[in-house]
Design a protein around this ligand. Structure first.
Ligand code: NDP
Ligand SMILES: CC(C)CCC[C@@H](C)[C@H]1CC[C@H]2C3=C(CC[C@]12C)[C@@]1(C)CCC(=O)C[C@@H]1CC3
Length: 345
């Protein structure tokens, strides 16, 4: 009988490696001497040292061919959070994650690092310095959050030291940086349409935004600390910049950096939330006749008007985590990376 070779610990796979976070992770892994297989539904770039496998993560056979001789898997694929396609979220985040776990076990993968989200505990009301032991949201604010919760439970529940399959989840919050397809582009689009004049609420609500390189750093630390004797097996870790900032100060810094005016006029939170809810209901009712997507969804209004920042203490203690890029540096690099989004460009 042929003996299966123990996969090299420097050979890894990044599921979702064509995406924003995934590609930054791939680049750092290469720098650190890993060879990388990317598995994604699309191929968005080419890099020496990277083998691309294009496929859907619900397809176990396609996954198995990408996981050959791989000892470490990062799973950071997900549909975009802005979508409201419940079936898509369930298929990719829940069924797809079950398939990833089965494929990892069958392929002899030893470690699985999941990109979860700090929002798994967020219900639309204030969270101040939230720790990982907060209960999962009982009423998740959207299908994205609901399926991220199920996904995290599946991955952490699959950790099995006896069988040599170790898992850990990283919970970042508000990732930003070069090539981010959502935060800065949505912000600029809203500003260009003249809709970024108002601050929702009193503007004092602190929020975590996390520079993408810090998120990558947290993932690699988790992978390298994941051993049978380590306390991190089967646990979740908040990874943020550890510098909570008023939501509207962060938005204003990015806007001003790109040459747009900062929002100045205050609107009461409850009023805007009520209007957003009404608009959302209208968009659902009118969907068969007209398609319109409101900019200020109830989810965005809640994120813009409440406190949601998290403690990274557990990651500091167990992983030796410390952000490698400050918020100020992160914002400067991000602004610089979007010349085409500057005012007047
Ligand atoms: N951005 C943020 O602020 C935060 C993100 N996260 C988590 O981080 C992870 C990465 O997010 P981010 O980089 O922003 O997202 P991206 O959308 O940029 O990257 C996700 C990648 O996964 C791919 N993908 C989607 N469905 C499938 C599928 N069925 N099979 C294979 N690949 C698929 C996407 O392809 P396509 O683009 O074609 O859909 C995309 O290339 C996600 O798990 C997200 O939940 C957590 C906290 C905050
Ligand atoms: C129009 C403006 C009021 C807001 C523009 C910026 C928003 C697009 C972003 C501000 C906070 C961001 C955020 C996420 C997506 C983009 C924002 C809403 C997530 C929902 C992404 C996925 C997660 O896991 C949690 C994030 C929280 C913060």
């Amino acid at each position: 009988m042929a003996t299966r070779l123990r996969p090299s610990s420097k050979r890894c796979a990044v599921i979702g490696g064509s995406g924003f976070l995934g590609r930054h992770l791939v680049e750092k892994l290469l720098e650190r001497g890993y060879s990388v297989s990317v598995f994604d539904i699309r191929q968005s770039y080419e890099l020496p040292g990277v083998t691309f496998h294009q496929g859907d993560l619900c397809d176990k056979q396609a996954l198995l061919s990408a996981l050959q001789d791989v000892s470490l898997v990062f799973h950071c694929a997900s549909p975009a959070p802005g979508s409201d396609d419940r079936k898509l979220f369930e298929r990719v985040n829940v069924v797809g994650t079950q398939t990833v776990i089965q494929a990892c076990i069958e392929a002899g993968v030893q470690k699985l690092v999941l990109t979860s989200s700090a929002s798994v505990v967020y219900e639309g009301t204030d969270i101040k310095n939230g720790k990982e032991d907060l209960p999962y949201a009982k009423k998740p604010i959207d299908y994205y959050t609901q399926t991220k919760i199920e996904q995290e439970k599946l991955v952490l529940g699959a950790c099995n030291k006896q069988k040599g399959f170790l898992t850990v989840a990283i919970r970042p919050h508000g990732i930003f940086g070069p090539r981010d397809p959502q935060l800065v582009p949505i912000l600029v689009d809203t500003a260009r349409r003249g809709k970024m004049k108002f601050i929702i609420g009193n503007g004092a609500n602190l929020v975590d935004f996390t520079y993408v390189e810090n998120v990558v750093h947290g993932h690699i630390l988790a992978a390298e600390h994941l051993r049978p004797d380590s306390p991190i097996c089967g646990k979740a870790y908040h990874i943020t910049n550890d510098e909570p900032i008023p939501f509207w100060d962060f938005m204003s810094e990015v806007l001003v950096g790109l040459g747009y005016a900062a929002p100045r006029f205050h609107l009461p939170y409850r009023l805007v939330y009520g209007l957003a809810l009404l608009l959302w209901l209208l968009s659902v009712l009118l969907r068969p006749f007209v398609a319109f997507k409101p900019t200020f969804t109830p989810m965005r209004v809640a994120l813009a008007g409440t406190f949601h920042y998290y403690s990274c203490q557990r990651a500091k203690e167990h992983l030796g985590y410390k952000p490698v890029v400050s918020l100020k540096e992160g914002i400067a690099c991000t602004v610089q990376s979007y010349p085409h989004l500057k005012s007047g460009a």
